[in-house]
Write a protein that binds this ligand. Structure first.
Ligand code: IMP
Length: 427
């Protein structure tokens, strides 16, 4: 059955939005499976730059349905704001957008709680996006979260259920965080008319589409190393960023999957805190940041930059079962004399070839690099494997050798048309 999964293979910001947009050509639906407005996908179309946070990256594909799946946490206020921005840019959003009734709401108090918790953590702060993601998932797991289905209930039911949920938050958080129950109920009630028509049984919808032979793209948010179970805990997001997480979030079975594409950058970046063994705190890191425009699209924070880490990507590929890689931003390395790939770590004097599970051990890992000669030539105009400089091809082959997954898609610039499929290595 035709279901393609697209996931981040590093610490997020791998260029998934662009690859999903490209993969979504001719797709019938693009589904966001987990996360919330912490994601930031920038789509570039000529002069136009669109920052998506909740709406799936299929937004530019005419006729493509956009589904916010059951595994997501959705800030209703942020959703309406995003819809308005996209519609102002001339995109047809509302008619194609579906929101799972089972997805959870991010309430205004979750944002306040997210920030308060970060402050309390002090030097051990996670460096969250401040979008209320962790608290919303925590409430979901504690079984006092609020599902999006509430928008479809009567006004009286809406008021009483939301009031009850907010009273629980008030008891939990005051006096540290002020919870204005009445104002929040009114604020969210004002969203009801616009959101209610979007809410549906997304699981049934997706199953019907699958059975009708429709093509679905599941869009992962964040990245493998930010995964709640397999990332560098606690410096992670609060959802599952794996293929299994994507399926759980969409409500689809494993046998519906046709391919699992891992999106990785030709180097590495991370926003927020936590271990990053190949981080470059030197002019080379600065150069990657500048040339790669590595500033967060959700928070605007400068991203930490470093060399490609094959242990991290290998872990991601193993957990999610990547069938191929989409390698992005190869052009950012165009004028380097030498390019490096971390192929092992030195951990307390011992060589290891796996990323440790423990974040404290990850932080002590010193990368062992394999160097490759740079290509010192522009790749932005390349649209086929044979057009790439020989050293760029060698670099890609080296990266494949160390990750153990073939590169099937290459991206050499920000525009949609600077992405191409690596068909065969001679052509
Ligand atoms: P949260 O998801 O806002 O709770 O943040 C937890 C961690 O995940 C922080 O380090 C964030 O910077 C990071 N993070 C969350 N979403 C993204 C994303 O879309 N790209 C990159 N990093 C992210």
């Amino acid at each position: 059955m035709p279901c393609e999964v697209v996931l981040g293979g590093q610490w997020g910001d791998e260029g998934k939005g662009k690859i999903v947009d490209w993969t979504a050509t001719g797709a019938d639906a693009v589904v966001r499976c987990q996360g919330g407005a912490n994601a930031g996908h920038t789509l570039v179309f000529g002069e136009q730059r669109l920052a998506l946070h909740l709406v799936p990256s299929g937004v530019r594909q005419p006729g493509c349905l956009m589904v916010l799946g059951s595994g997501m946490v959705i800030d209703p206020l942020a959703l309406l704001e995003e819809i308005a921005t996209l519609e102002a840019a001339g995109l047809d959003v509302r008619r194609r957008l579906r929101v799972s009734a089972a997805a959870h709401m991010v309430l205004p108090v979750h944002r306040l709680q997210d920030r308060a918790q970060e402050e309390q953590r002090g030097a051990a702060a996670v460096g969250t996006t401040g979008r209320g993601i962790g608290p919303a998932y925590a409430d979901k797991a504690a079984r006092h979260g609020v599902q999006m289905s509430l928008f479809t209930r009567s006004e009286a039911q809406f008021r009483s259920a939301l009031t009850a949920a907010l009273e629980i938050k008030r008891a939990e958080l005051e006096p540290r965080v002020h919870v204005d129950v009445a104002a929040t109920v009114e604020q969210l009630l004002a969203c009801r008319e616009a959101i209610a028509p979007l809410v549906c049984d997304a699981t049934s919808l997706l199953h019907e589409m699958l059975h009708a032979g429709r093509r679905l793209v599941l869009e992962g948010a964040q990245g493998a190393l930010l995964d709640l179970d397999h990332g560098s805990y606690p410096y992670v997001t609060s959802s599952s960023c794996t293929s299994a997480g994507a399926l759980a979030g969409a409500g689809l079975p494993p046998q519906s999957v046709q391919s699992i594409l891992g999106v990785v950058k030709a180097y590495a970046t991370r926003v927020g805190n936590g271990p990053f063994p190949s981080e470059l705190l030197d002019p080379t890191g600065e150069r990657l940041r500048k040339q790669g425009h590595e500033f967060g699209s959700t928070t605007g924070r400068p991203r930490r930059c470093g060399w490609f880490d094959s242990m991290a990507v290998r872990r991601a590929a193993a957990v999610s079962g990547f069938t191929e890689l989409a390698l992005t931003k190869l052009d950012v390395l165009d004028d380097f004399d030498t390019v490096r790939i971390a192929v092992a770590y030195d951990l307390d004097g011992k060589r290891i070839e796996r990323i440790p599970v423990d974040a404290a051990e990850q932080a002590r890992c010193v990368p062992v690099y394999r160097d490759a000669e740079g290509w010192r030539a522009p790749t932005r105009a390349c649209r086929a494997w044979r057009e790439l400089p020989a050293n760029a091809r060698r670099f890609v082959a080296l990266l494949e050798e160390h990750v153990g997954v073939p590169v099937g898609i290459l991206s050499v610039g920000p525009d949609r048309d600077s992405t191409f499929r690596v068909r065969d290595r001679t052509g």
